[in-house]
Design a protein. Structure first.
Lengths: 185, 185
């Protein structure tokens, strides 16, 4: 039996990320899970327009996307609870920089992408920043045969309806493969 | 030790969905996992420009987003393997319609969103369709106290680097809560 539920968004879970930017000359971080994938090297981050980070991204046209593991759940949630306008988040993490000099990345996050701002999709209350991925960094510990292994990253999966972080479960099947058995029908 | 990996996208996993549209007067479905969340009621679907479904969405300005459970993994993968240009996918599923008359929804998927096309974000090889969610439908079986419970949906989580579908694991913590313990520092 189907229930009609107004216009609730149920497109979850999404990976929770820490977005790094230079704001007022200092590294700052914001927790985002309203992300998107647009092409193989363009990704989006939706941020309410009142956030402290938005002007820094607009000024420098760069940011980083850092994927925290389950072990960073407390720090990740904390970053989303306090604004850079009141709390200096520049010393929370050990940082490194790549090709872009204004996209601070978090060493403790097992994978990091540095992005150049490609465009902004404008909504009344949200800036959706679209970034071109310039370079990706991954810890040895999350690679399997040179590929990024999501089961080793252990990302924090965000769910808005229940307001929870979830873990990744087990592999179910190979994509572009298991469906082949219906092709003969 | 960090490894630099060109510009690989590692923003995974994302929920795998079946997008429904009316194409050439008939229901058609496409499997998409390059999704996005832009506002609380705007979501995006990235589709390569050569897909059979794109002209149908542009013509009718409507589509549905259906979230399959793990039990539908074979059908979901199959829909992504064959094009509506060659295979009639209109009879694959039992369908229902909501407010929009050209957004076919799949009964067997536990949650469904009907969307009105709000804008298209143009890339050289991809149309990123942004939809406003008009109404959401959920099976009794996936509700907990009236809320959509992702652990009952059992979504198929997509991972591009390893080309796998993954299950959802267990709840780790409450969002906007576990980080409070760092506030006193």
């Amino acid at each position: 039996m189907k229930n009609k539920l107004s216009n609730e968004n149920v497109l979850y879970p999404t990976p929770t990320v820490l977005v790094g930017a230079t704001v007022n000359g200092k590294p700052n971080f914001i927790t985002i899970a309203h992300i998107g994938i647009m092409t193989h090297n363009h990704i989006s981050m939706s941020m309410g327009k009142t956030h402290y980070t938005n002007p820094g991204i607009k000024e420098n046209k760069t940011y980083s996307v850092n994927i925290p593991s389950e072990s960073l759940v407390t720090e990740t949630d904390y970053v989303g609870l306090v604004t850079g306008n009141k709390v200096d988040k520049s010393k929370l993490f050990d940082l490194f920089y790549g090709e872009l000099k204004t996209a601070p990345m978090i060493k403790k996050c097992p994978v990091n992408m540095e992005c150049r701002l490609e465009r902004i999709i404008d909504f009344p209350n949200h800036d959706v920043f679209v970034g071109e991925i310039i370079a990706t960094y991954a810890d040895d510990l999350v690679l399997t045969s040179g590929k990024v292994d999501i089961s080793k990253i252990k990302p924090l999966l965000f769910d808005m309806p229940l307001k929870k972080y979830w873990s990744l479960g087990s592999a179910i099947a190979d994509c572009w493969n298991i469906g082949k058995k219906l092709k003969s029908k």
